[in-house]
Ligand binder design. Structure first.
Ligand SMILES: NC(=O)c1ccc[n+]([C@@H]2O[C@H](COP(=O)([O-])OP(=O)(O)OC[C@H]3O[C@@H](n4cnc5c(N)ncnc54)[C@H](OP(=O)(O)O)[C@@H]3O)[C@@H](O)[C@H]2O)c1
Length: 247
């Protein structure tokens, strides 16, 4: 699993799973570009950590739901690195509520970030990958995109949408040497899940055969595999990384 001389773009790379992915791909040899929404300090820390490893890294503040910002980010990456080999659509948010109480904004924000964001990012990089006749796109979906979850109709719809998006784009670009896959994490310990009440966490843990929550690194290692040449014959798949929670 070597990624020397490859450029990896990771959306939402400042914290949590995206941060672990950025650091892991750099460990495998890639130069890395991350974007983020607010957290300048966390994004700079990721860049510093990667530079200490002797790889190149850039962080760019760009909201994935806004086309102009995505375009500026990708233009900057192409200018700095010349090409893009790997795109990880990881940026995501939750705005949980039961349907009867869910505000229209909560629906729009989640769909715009988690699903439209992946569309805008993928559209921005796809020409460069098609020209190269090589590329890897990895979409971070979720277990709830397959199972649904009470209180997460917006998030589950976006994550299920991401699976349909993954399979459709995989079919479109397979003849061009580009593989598109999705990872469906179960419960991973990050800021996103930290806010859940203890009794909910306990209940969730009871449903994980491996009897532990996942770490961001559990997802990063699967992204490493799907980014490397050795997975070139795998496309259009949804890989559950969840300690057995979905089966
Ligand atoms: N944690 C889990 O258990 C779990 C399970 C299944 C799937 N996932 C998915 O995995 C991905 C990462 O989750 P996480 O747990 O690592 O979340 P997290 O700790 O909350 O981190 C979210 C990341 O996304 C960035 N982001 C949010 N909105 C953005 C926007 N509009 N534009 C650009 N960047 C944006 C954040 O940037 P700032 O730092 O600037 O806010 C941050 O870097 C998400 O897609 C999530 O749905 C997570």
């Amino acid at each position: 699993m070597r990624l020397e001389n490859k450029t990896a773009v990771i959306s939402g790379g400042s914290r949590g799973i995206g941060r672990a992915i950025a650091i892991y791909l750099a460990k495998l040899g890639a130069n890395v570009a991350i974007n983020y929404n607010n957290n300048d300090k966390a994004a700079s820390a990721v860049v510093q950590e990667i530079e200490l490893m002797g790889r190149k890294a850039i962080a760019f503040k760009a909201d994935v739901s806004k086309n102009e910002e995505v375009q500026l980010f990708i233009d900057k990456v192409l200018k700095e690195y010349g090409s893009i080999d790997i795109l990880v659509n990881n940026a995501g948010i939750t705005r949980d509520n039961l349907l009867a109480r869910m505000k229209e904004n909560d629906w729009d924000d989640v769909l715009n970030t988690n699903l439209k964001g992946a569309f805008l990012m993928t559209k921005a990089v796809i020409r460069a990958m098609m020209k190269k006749r090589k590329g890897k796109i990895i979409n971070i979906s979720s277990i709830v995109g397959s199972t649904g979850n009470a209180g997460q109709s917006n998030y589950s719809a976006a994550k299920a949408g991401l699976i349909g998006f993954t399979k459709s784009i995989a079919k479109e670009v397979a003849p061009r040497g580009i593989q598109v896959n999705a990872i469906a994490p179960g419960f991973i310990q990050t800021d996103m899940t930290e806010v859940l009440p203890e009794n909910v966490k306990e209940q969730l843990l009871n449903n994980i055969p491996a009897k532990r929550f996942g770490d961001p690194e559990d997802i990063a290692s699967m992204v490493g595999f799907l980014s490397a040449d050795l997975s070139d014959y795998i496309t259009g798949q949804v890989i559950h990384v969840d300690g057995g929670m979905y089966m």
